[in-house]
Design a protein around this ligand. Structure first.
Ligand code: TA6
Length: 321
């Protein structure tokens, strides 16, 4: 792990194995962040990330039945969906989540307005095997950054490196499993009144009604042209996740609820009560890159105390953090 300014502040990057998934435990240097335990785990299989606070509590949900072994992606954390979100010509959610990524030990600097950040770059490129199912050369650079306050930022840079002059097209999502105390006490702010595609109804288009998004049954929606900031309020714990995004116009919201939870072998029967997926995504309008072109998509997560006034959560305060 490096800071944006210098690599000499590397403090801890330990590799361990959990079954056959290589796992890196990255801990921020003490001089960068007071609570040195705030951190994330990175799994090279799928480039998956989990995220903890200063009490070593998981901020992202990881299934109680998660399988830390290929070929499936780990059920939890943040999964990369590329080059296809959902179903289509490729396997569901694309192949990136089912490949081993490598670490770039000498990453290029990105333009950034904050210097006090620690980051690690993962890289995925075309393999011979993938060329048969998706015949495009690309470089996917995933930068995982931990901000001074413990914020988790993922920046994806995907470049078309085709030498045959061909463009390629893809859809994308940061499949983000948030840990929530009790799903029935969760409220999402920032998506109300927007249009969405309902995955439970063959992606039929609807408009969200009402002034609050709460949960009492299965939900699987792709909200379109969403604002760059979404708040997920965990009423029970009085804490709010703030999701900021850039380059990713859509937002997926998913909870399988009880029946589907029971049908998933790597998901505990009651896990649905403690998970909500809110995912910065680009689904409705796929991205096309010509050779040499690069696309960038960023998702940043932070946790703040919820504002709680007279029994009502105040969305304006949550969103202005
Ligand atoms: O992001 C929501 C979603 O596309 C849902 O449709 C749901 O099935 C979920 O992803 C999980 O997909 P997976 O292939 O990981 O089981």
């Amino acid at each position: 792990m490096r800071t944006a300014s210098t690599s000499s502040t590397v403090r801890a990057l330990m590799a361990s194995t959990r079954s056959s998934c290589v796992r890196f435990v990255a801990v921020l240097p003490r001089q960068i962040i007071n609570a040195s335990l705030i951190g994330y785990d990175i799994y090279l299989y799928g480039g998956q990330v989990t995220w903890k606070n200063e009490h070593r509590e998981e901020l992202l949900f990881v299934s109680s039945k998660a399988i830390f072994k290929p070929p499936k992606a780990i059920r939890g954390g943040i999964t990369i969906c590329f080059p296809q979100f959902g179903s289509g010509a490729l396997d569901r959610h694309g192949f990136a989540r089912n490949r081993f990524w490598s670490i770039d030990n000498d990453p290029p600097p990105f333009p950034t307005n904050t210097t006090n950040k620690a980051f690690i770059d993962l890289i995925l490129k075309q393999s011979e095997e993938d060329a048969k199912i998706w015949p495009h050369r690309y470089e996917f650079r995933l930068r995982i950054t931990l901000g001074p306050g413990g914020d988790l930022m993922l920046t994806s840079r995907i470049r078309n490196t085709n030498t045959d002059g061909k463009s390629f097209t893809f859809t994308f999502a940061y499949h983000t499993h948030l840990y929530v105390t009790d799903i029935s006490e969760v409220r999402v702010e920032g998506l109300e009144t927007l249009d969405y595609l309902d995955n439970l109804k063959d992606r039929e288009r609807f408009t969200e009604q009402g002034d609050a998004i709460t949960f009492e049954s299965e939900v699987d929606k792709i909200y379109l042209s969403t604002p760059t900031k979404i708040a997920i309020l965990d009423h029970e714990r009085k804490r709010t996740f703030v999701l900021r995004k850039d380059g990713l116009p859509d937002a997926v919201v998913w909870n399988p609820w009880d029946k589907k939870a029971k049908a998933m072998p790597d998901f505990g029967d009651d896990d649905y009560m403690h998970m909500l997926c809110v995912e910065a995504a680009c689904v409705e309008k796929p991205i096309t890159l010509k050779p040499g072109e690069e696309w960038k998509g960023r998702q940043e997560l932070s946790v703040v105390p919820s504002s709680y006034c007279s029994g009502q959560l105040d969305p304006r305060r949550a969103l202005s953090v």
